[in-house]
Design a protein. Structure first.
Length: 138
């Protein structure tokens, strides 16, 4: 990673040019997602009750969407694929800020983002540690 900083390469450019590195990073993100989805499906089921549809943005392999469909077959799911969105699931503020030029958002920042995008409302549900599930409504 230090080499990245010295060369001033963007993280995603490096990952795209180093398939083995990208594969390891994606596997790490998938492993983290497994734990989060287990907690979501067992301890936060109320979040999904009453939903008719769900959009999984940057859903990677679709594994999380399939878990939701298996547990809630009445929910119609859609997956929007974006390789950069998939890879940005890491949520440790300092790592994201220092290594990747990204940042985590406060609830106020999320509210502004959703308002600017013309969503009518949102809900944030804590899931596990620093992880949350965010619902936005048209």
């Amino acid at each position: 990673m230090m080499m990245l900083l010295h060369l001033k390469l963007h993280f995603w450019g490096y990952a795209a040019g180093e398939p083995e590195f990208g594969k390891i990073f994606n596997e790490a993100m998938a492993s983290d997602s497994n734990l989060t989805m287990e907690v979501l499906m067992t301890q936060s089921r109320l979040v999904f009750e009453g939903l008719e549809s769900l959009v999984d943005v940057g859903g990677g392999t679709g594994k999380d969407g399939r878990a939701i469909v298996q547990n809630f077959p009445n929910i119609e799911t859609y997956q929007i694929e974006d390789n950069e969105a998939i890879e940005t699931q890491m949520s440790f503020d300092m790592q994201m800020l220092v290594l990747y030029g990204a940042k985590e958002r406060t609830e106020k920042e999320w509210a502004t983002l959703f308002s600017d995008a013309d969503f009518s409302s949102y809900k944030i549900f804590p899931v596990l540690g620093i992880w949350c599930l965010i619902e936005v409504y048209p």
